[in-house]
Design a protein around this ligand. Sequence first.
Ligand code: DGL
Length: 259
Amino acid sequence: MTNNNPIGLFDSGIGGTSIWAAIHNLLPNEDTIYLADSKNAPYGEKSKQEILELSCKNTEFLLNQNCKIIVVACNTATTNAIKELRSKYDVPFIGIEPAIKPAATNSKTQKIGILATKGTLNSELFHKNVEKFQDVEIIEQIGFGLVELIESGKINSLEMKDLLKQYLSPMIKANIDYLVLGCSHYPYLIPQIKKIIPSKIHIIDSGQAVAKQTKNILLEKIGLNDASNKNSHTFYTNTNPKVLSEILKNKYHIDFKDF
Ligand code: DGL
């Protein structure tokens, strides 16, 4: 089964490029269209209804470009809107959720930490997921301000360092051995986080799992791209493209679109 239409991805901003990179790595022949809704970031501070409306707008933009599958490269949008998206649109959706399962099942200290947005940690889907792991103590922390700093290109700033120390210290004191990054922006903070936490704490994000799931669904239901020509990757943003361009190492052209 083949299908040469692109994979569509969206996020509240540049963070979902961490998921895009994992997908591109696993599926190098696929065309992709990435939508960074940075104008509306952070989604994590918005209501469920607002997140749903933005997710519908993003989905329709990608469907108008003939995407064969939509990857919701945002934990906040997934945990608040994926159920509604799946019932409203006739296209497969891949979502991203905090990887609690591998952390909880592998933890030796029976204590894990999770850093995510307010929207994700307060969602019904997240609560349902957490309830499955009663034997493990889960230390939740909202990453207030982190997405804003990443979106403004301040990944390596002193402000970032201070916020991370503040958020991670209670987890270190509690003796966690797994730290779950429950926001697609946060993998870009791993070098900073590693300077703060002891090396025995494992850091987990969901990029690889989402990429594998995307591949499986394409194989089973949609079809892979069999074109032999050079594949194309289109990136759209509705703000200044500078930070997105930098995170992509200036390797790809970025289109500004006021969506
Ligand atoms: N990158 C998003 C996530 O995975 C959302 C960040 C935000 O806009 O608050 O949760």
